[in-house]
Design a protein around this ligand. Structure first.
Ligand SMILES: CC(C)(COP(=O)(O)OP(=O)(O)OC[C@H]1O[C@@H](n2cnc3c(N)ncnc32)[C@H](O)[C@@H]1OP(=O)(O)O)[C@@H](O)C(=O)NCCC(=O)NCCS
Length: 229
């Protein structure tokens, strides 16, 4: 199985990814922030997603999005093809997309909203902690994404303080943030600076991990060695 940072080569899977996102949400009876083909294609072609495939067949997907001018990153749209579930694929995809987010935006807080136990487990292993919604981005555009959710009325009734989803947040250590600040001047000439003013030099390869949590690394190493990925 290949678990890769996305590129134009993966655009051929975009319709299948969108359809499975929709079908899975219907089966779960939950709402979902609607992602258009154009939106998903942009994520894929700009390398802001992770795609899993096996023998040319699509297996799984997740993408990254920044909010509040790069102060927050969300790893969203996690989906695994039904026939590949319960084999640790989501764990590997989330690990890779987390590395990608941390590499591109080392000073950003990484967050997610979920009702799913699988995602809560994976996020906890990566070092996320449950939080109340006021700790998350207050970017209107992010919360507008909840409008398609069947529980949107509840969110509004609770004045956006909580809802049925559990909010989980990973806060980078002060050292990570200092590292970004210290690196900025000398890297400016060589590195592309993204729209949020952060260096995008931290391109991740499978060996180039940037863990802040040794337990997470150990657990993922164990998982990876158990899987023929
Ligand atoms: C949720 C989903 C991504 C999980 O994918 P997966 O590849 O089966 O997950 P993994 O095999 O990596 O499992 C991760 C952990 O969650 C557990 N898990 C998996 N599916 C679970 C479920 N339905 N209920 C409870 N736990 C579950 C696994 O046992 C594993 O726990 P462990 O590390 O303690 O062994 C997949 O079921 C899916 O695509 N669902 C539909 C879309 C969705 O719900 N996306 C999440 C939106 S927030």
């Amino acid at each position: 199985m290949e678990i890769e940072i996305s590129s134009c080569e993966h655009l051929m899977y975009v319709s299948e990814i969108q359809q499975e996102m929709y079908d899975s949400a219907q089966r779960r009876g939950t709402g979902i922030a609607k992602r258009s083909i154009e939106y998903l294609s942009k994520k894929i072609s700009e390398g802001n997603a992770v795609v899993a495939t096996e023998n040319g067949e699509w297996v799984g997907f997740c993408y990254i999005e920044t909010w509040s001018h790069g102060q927050f990153v969300a790893n969203s749209g996690l989906i695994v093809s039904p026939k590949y579930r319960n084999r640790g694929v989501a764990t590997l995809i989330k690990n890779k997309v987390f590395q990608l987010s941390r590499g591109k935006f080392p000073a950003a807080k990484v967050f997610g909203l979920t009702t799913g136990l699988a995602v809560m487990k994976i996020n906890s292993d990566l070092g996320y902690k449950p939080v109340i919604y006021s700790e998350l981005t207050q970017d209107e555009e992010f919360w507008n994404g909840c409008k398609n959710c069947v529980n949107y009325e509840i969110l509004m009734k609770k004045e956006r303080k909580n809802c049925l989803c559990t909010a989980m947040l990973f806060i980078p250590s002060n050292n990570d943030i200092k590292e970004v600040k210290n690196n900025e001047p000398q890297n400016k000439d060589n590195d592309e600076v993204n729209q949020d003013g952060l260096l995008s030099s931290g391109q991740i390869t499978s060996g180039g991990l940037h863990y802040t949590n040794n337990n997470t690394k150990k657990k993922i190493d164990e998982k990876e060695s158990n899987l023929s990925v």
